[in-house]
Write a protein that binds this ligand. Structure first.
Ligand SMILES: NC(=O)C1=CN([C@@H]2O[C@H](COP(=O)(O)OP(=O)(O)OC[C@H]3O[C@@H](n4cnc5c(N)ncnc54)[C@H](O)[C@@H]3O)[C@@H](O)[C@H]2O)[C@@H](O)CC1
Ligand SMILES: [K+]
Length: 505
């Protein structure tokens, strides 16, 4: 699913209106109906709903929603905030359409606002994608008052005051919504962790915007949907054998962190690798052989740390390196040798990233290779330097991928996958249960297995991240978020693959 910026969203609205030969008021009515449909599923009729409308089309939506919810027996109170003498045409049309028994309250100063109780519902229709400056003055005061009321706030399209595709200036007030119901496509702002407290839980409702326009318009940002992932999944062939599905090599573990090697190995095997060889320091030999009998185990000459590469590196289809390896000098040397000698695609995680980040020499060896990095935000900052905010992080992500021609899987609530073309794919599966040690090792194992099975690097990243999150979502149903461990995620990988390979209703 493509993510459009505010200007492109306006163009999509205008294109749809032209193409379908409808009026903009008709499109607004569709949007209001879509929102109302969502609202009815969430909240019972009879509830007290206070709807705050600004001067633009977002306010117009709010007025249309007020009328529709009133028809559906909610106790509605619309408010028109500020000077609306220059309000948009569709706002004015919908103001006139309010039935006589539903007169709006005019809020021209802050003290004209009623005291709202915490148990009422608020609909925020002050500003949408037409916001062009930070919200201050009366609108800012209204936003602050709504935020401190304790009421459940549902934002129409986007929380008022939040810029949809760029950093919101600090001085601007922003609605803190419990729910945000957006039209057709998500906004970039929803996918960034810094906005969680404003956006709350977000959903998208379709309003029939032109798919032709959306397909044509250029964007660097995408949200991954299940249908797209299902199309990537390759079924197994009847006459295939273990050689068909790649021979993965994992270089993982150190003394005290052999669990990382076990987790990555088990995840790799549960993600369909044909063969798996794991190289661990000597101390890990009995652990690996016992915990993961399906894997072949090689041992390093060093007892505690990785210090050398296995012979015949080229016989492996992919190399995954990093989980639990530590940052010893000998390990750094081995990574340098790997980058210098292997022509195979590589998945680099954890301390492999930290070692590379700390060495200009290793960084210089990254060019002209097939590489996937899987950092969490702190590891990413070690690679690219301190970032100012989430937009800045995205910009660094794109620049790093374009510079080195690599993929970066930047882990988070909506994991962002950067590509060498400067595109970013946001993932849509997963839950906070994943915020526990070892789940990153699992992801490395999954992506390594997929690259070995001849998925392109981009496919392996997108499918890998999606399936990792999906396994966690399936685990959620039995173990919940708090009790979830990395092993639970591995245990649910088969179900997740099964789920993806079955046609969805
Ligand atoms: N264009 C269309 O056909 C549709 C638009 N829709 C709704 O329309 C919204 C976009 O509407 P608009 O483009 O009219 O924009 P908004 O409703 O977001 O508001 C724009 C108005 O607010 C003023 N404004 C902007 N920032 C301000 C600030 N910080 N303080 C005070 N005033 C400020 C602008 O000067 C303008 O008058 C969408 O978010 C969506 O809710 C939907 O009805 C779907 C169809
Ligand atoms: K809004």
């Amino acid at each position: 699913m493509k993510i459009l910026n505010a200007a492109q969203t306006r163009e999509a609205d205008a294109y749809t209106i032209r193409e379908e030969g409808i009026s903009s008021t008709d499109l607004m009515e569709r949007a209001a109906k879509a929102f109302t449909g969502w609202f009815e599923n969430k909240f019972q009729p009879g509830a007290e709903v206070h709807i705050f409308c600004g001067p633009g089309n977002n306010g117009g939506d709010g007025l249309a929603v007020a009328r529709l919810l009133h028809e559906r027996k909610y106790k509605v109170q619309p408010y028109v905030v500020g000077d609306t003498s220059r309000a948009s045409d569709d706002f004015k049309v919908n103001l006139k359409r309010l039935p006589p028994e539903l007169p709006p309250s005019h809020v021209e100063q802050e003290n004209a606002l009623p005291e709202l109780k915490g148990d009422v519902l608020v609909v925020d229709a002050l500003f949408g994608t037409g916001l062009n400056r930070p919200v201050t003055g009366l609108y800012g005061q209204v936003i602050e008052k709504l935020n401190s009321s304790g009421a459940t706030i549902t934002a129409i399209d986007i929380p008022s005051g939040l810029f949809s595709d760029s950093q919101t200036p600090e001085e601007g007030a922003i609605i803190r919504a419990t729910y945000t119901v957006s039209f057709e496509l998500p906004k970039l702002a929803f996918l960034l962790p810094q906005h969680e407290r404003f956006v709350g839980s977000w959903q998208v409702v379709p309003i029939g915007l032109s798919q032709q326009f959306i397909a044509k318009v250029k964007s660097n940002f995408y949200c991954t949907r299940q249908e797209a992932i299902q199309r990537l999944l390759k079924p197994r062939k009847k006459f295939s054998h273990k050689g068909t599905y790649g021979h993965a090599l994992l270089l993982c573990g150190s003394y005290g962190k052999m669990g990382a090697a076990v987790l990555a190995s088990r995840a790799c095997l549960r993600s369909g690798t044909g063969l798996l060889t794991v190289q661990v320091p000597q101390a890990g030999y009995p652990i690996l052989q016992t915990a993961v009998p399906e894997a072949m185990t090689l041992t390093d000459k060093n007892r505690k740390h990785l210090s050398e590469l296995p012979p015949e590196l080229e016989k492996y289809s992919v190399v995954g390196i990093g989980p639990g390896i530590g940052t010893e000098r000998v390990t750094k040397t081995a990574i340098g040798q790997l980058l210098a000698t292997s022509s195979r695609p590589m998945v680099l995680d954890a301390d492999a990233i930290n070692l590379i980040a700390a060495s200009e020499k290793l960084k210089g060896q990254l060019y002209q290779k097939e590489l996937i990095f899987t950092p969490h935000p702190k590891e990413f900052e070690r690679l690219v330097g301190k970032v100012k905010n989430d937009y800045d992080r995205l910009q660094h992500l794109r620049e790093f991928c374009m510079e080195y021609g690599c993929y970066v899987v930047l882990k988070g609530g909506h994991t962002a996958i950067g590509t060498p073309e400067g595109k970013v794919y946001f993932n849509t599966t997963g839950n906070p249960g994943l915020a526990t040690g070892g789940t990153g090792d699992v992801l490395t194992g999954i992506i390594t297995a997929l690259v070995g099975q001849h998925y392109t690097l981009e496919e392996a990243c997108r499918l890998g991240v999606f399936i990792h999150g999906l396994a966690a979502d399936l685990a959620l149903q039995t173990v919940g978020e708090i009790g979830m461990t990395a092993s639970d995620v591995i245990d649910h990988l088969p179900k997740a693959f099964l789920h993806l390979s079955q046609p969805q209703r």
